[in-house]
Design a protein around this ligand. Structure first.
Ligand code: SAM
Ligand code: CA
Length: 247
């Protein structure tokens, strides 16, 4: 193997610092999960996309391989067909979703940045699942407002994955609760926010971690108190809270 290819493989195979370090007993344990149960079963297209993303300067944002595997399994378990994703980046969670849906499944995918989506798009096309995706470039909130106002999307979604601007999660929730079907699931990502949800006030946190922390704390409280949903917060990736709509 050429030197560059070896470097890419190593970089892509190592887990990211943010997201996992503080959430599991040890880094080694997490690496064990990846190497034992995740990488050996990772679809070729997802591996390729993960490796492309590993070379991108913002790769810290990508969904981890174990979370991709989890999402893929969850979507199959709930027989999801019509889904939405807010926050696409290069499309790792999007591809995990697209591969899980039936051939006539649909994903409304939104991101303010189309360039990063286009970086991963050739891999998604090669995997034969691009026809399931409708990508909308721009902020998600006005799109959701429009959909709620139109009324025809009420209860239309089996699954919605939210992985974008954390300071808007509660605004998203206000709209998504109408758009997800009763019995459907909204997944809010990064709800453990690199473990910072339990950090003491004077802890040395990166600037962006500190900034969004209060929003994540507020979200977690609000979801736990929302009688319209059942919740389950899982320490997968950087923490994902699944919300099942009750009424
Ligand atoms: N799910 C992605 C993956 O698997 O790689 C990671 C998403 S990344 C953590 C967050 C994304 O949210 C970024 O690509 C960013 O451009 C997007 N974003 C930020 N603000 C947004 C907004 N208001 N509406 C839609 N997307 C937004
Ligand atoms: Ca995330």
């Amino acid at each position: 193997m050429a030197q560059a290819a070896v470097a890419t493989e190593t970089q892509a195979g190592r887990h990211q610092e943010v997201g996992h370090k503080s959430l599991l007993q040890s880094d080694d344990l997490y690496q064990y999960i990846l190497e034992t149960s995740v990488y050996p079963r990772e679809p070729e297209a997802m591996k390729e996309l993960r490796e492309i993303t590993a070379n991108h300067p913002w790769n810290i944002m990508t969904t981890s391989a174990d979370e991709g595997q989890f999402l893929n399994m969850l979507l199959k378990l709930i027989n999801a067909k019509n889904t939405m994703e807010i926050g696409v980046y290069t499309g790792y969670s999007l591809l995990a979703t697209a591969l899980a849906l039936p051939d006539d499944g649909k994903i409304l995918a939104m991101d303010i940045n189309k360039e990063n989506y286009e970086l991963g798009l050739p891999v998604i096309e090669k995997a034969g699942v691009a026809h399931k995706i409708e990508f909308k470039e721009g902020p998600a909130l006005p799109v959701l407002d429009q959909m709620v106002a139109e009324g025809k999307y009420d209860g239309a979604y089996d699954f919605i994955f939210v992985d974008a601007d954390k300071d808007n999660y509660l605004n998203y929730h206000k709209r998504l609760i109408d758009l997800v079907k009763v019995g459907g699931v909204i997944g809010y990502d990064n709800t453990l926010w690199n473990g910072s949800v339990v950090a003491p006030p004077d802890a040395p946190l990166r600037k962006y971690v500190r900034y969004y922390r209060d929003f994540v704390l507020e979200l977690n409280k609000a979801l736990a108190a929302d009688p319209r949903i059942e919740i389950c917060q899982l320490p997968v990736g950087d923490g994902i809270t699944l919300c099942r709509r009750l009424s």
